[in-house]
Design a protein around this ligand. Structure first.
Ligand code: AMP
Ligand code: FES
Ligand code: ZN
Ligand code: ZN
Length: 316
């Protein structure tokens, strides 16, 4: 993507171009790029039957460019969409979580949107890194415990407040990074569930990823050209992760073959459709395990008999 090459003209209006997207063979000015992003978002929502018009949506926002751009786009498309921010207690005082919360609050305040904040340490006695440090799987890196905390709290909050769907800001780079990892390890159960939308039911809210076909460069350009003030820092624990390594490998391939990520992803969705039935929709969570049990402590679904993984973590 090239910014402001004076020789380039917008495909739609002949004004000076702001963005060149060789992977789509498109060149746009600011205004037409922003318009294109909204039209594409609406198209993906419809194509993958993510949610019907009028659905009550909850956007999980991290304060980063993807989720804030998504919230902005859905709001401009006329969706009824509130925000949820989880303060995970990362980076100590005035650190990563505090700065991210401020970005999310600023964004919501400027637009008059409702943002709910769950301060994990205040609500449950420990920050996510503190919870992780107590456990075997979180000793070296809190990311896997953090993933559990995010999945559980987002799902529970969305269900308890009657939202029709939870939307997250996953972009194409995230999706192909995860896909590549799942293919390398032939994680068939994860491949079955990797989809633009997961049906709800049995204690799970419907989950959708309306930005799953946008390159990260496109969501970054959207945030920049829209003037969204987002947190640029990544979570400090992400450094050196396998997902980042996979993303770097895919970036090298994409630079040699523009459009490769989108081909890989849409090819996967077509193959999924042939193998499992539907390209856009993943299984409802828990479906493949033949029904879930209910946690005796919190009532949320769990595969194990007895307490769910979250309750074991916070009330061992
Ligand atoms: P990540 O797992 O960090 O790549 O984030 C994927 C998506 O999860 C983001 O685009 C957000 O929609 C959501 N998300 C991540 N962190 C948070 C958070 N602290 N609070 C709410 N939503 C989040
Ligand atoms: Fe959870 Fe980094 S965002 S460990
Ligand atoms: Zn234009
Ligand atoms: Zn529980």
């Amino acid at each position: 993507m090239t910014f402001r090459n004076p020789a380039m003209k917008c495909r739609a209006c002949e004004q000076r171009a702001s963005i060149h997207m060789p992977q789509h063979k498109l060149i746009f000015c600011r205004e037409h790029f922003l318009e294109w992003m909204l039209a594409q978002t609406a198209r993906f929502i419809k194509k993958y039957q993510m949610f019907p018009p009028g659905a009550r949506l909850l956007a999980a926002v991290s304060g980063g460019k993807d989720s804030l751009s998504l919230w902005d786009a859905l709001w401009r498309l006329g969706c009824a969409v509130d925000g949820l921010y989880l303060h995970l207690g990362i980076g100590g005082e005035a650190g990563y979580s505090d700065a991210s919360e401020q970005a999310a609050r600023r964004f919501a305040g400027e637009r008059g949107l409702a943002l709910y904040v769950i301060p994990v340490q205040q609500a449950y006695g420990e920050s996510v890194p503190q919870m992780a440090a107590r456990t075997h799987r979180g000793r070296l890196r809190p990311c896997s415990v953090c993933g559990l905390v995010k999945r559980y709290l987002m799902n529970r909050y969305a269900l308890e407040h009657g939202y029709d769907a939870l939307v997250t800001g996953h972009n194409l780079d995230d999706e192909v990074g995860v896909l590549y990892g799942n293919v390398l390890a032939w994680q068939m159960d994860l491949l079955r569930r990797q989809a633009p939308v997961l049906q709800g039911g049995e204690g799970f809210v419907r989950k959708a990823k309306p930005f799953c076909r946008f390159y990260e460069r496109e969501t970054a350009a959207y945030a920049l050209l829209r003037g969204i003030d987002y947190i640029e820092d990544e979570c400090p624990f992400a450094e050196g992760s396998t997902l980042l390594e996979n993303k770097e490998a895919l970036n090298r391939l994409e630079s040699l073959h523009p459009g490769m990520k989108l081909h890989f992803y849409s090819g996967f969705l077509n193959a999924r459709a042939q193998m499992f039935g539907s390209s856009g929709t993943g299984l409802a969570e828990g479906e493949e395990s033949g029904g879930m049990k209910r946690c005796p402590t919190c009532g949320q679904p769990t595969q194990a008999a007895g307490k769910c993984a979250w309750c074991k973590l916070v009330n061992p």
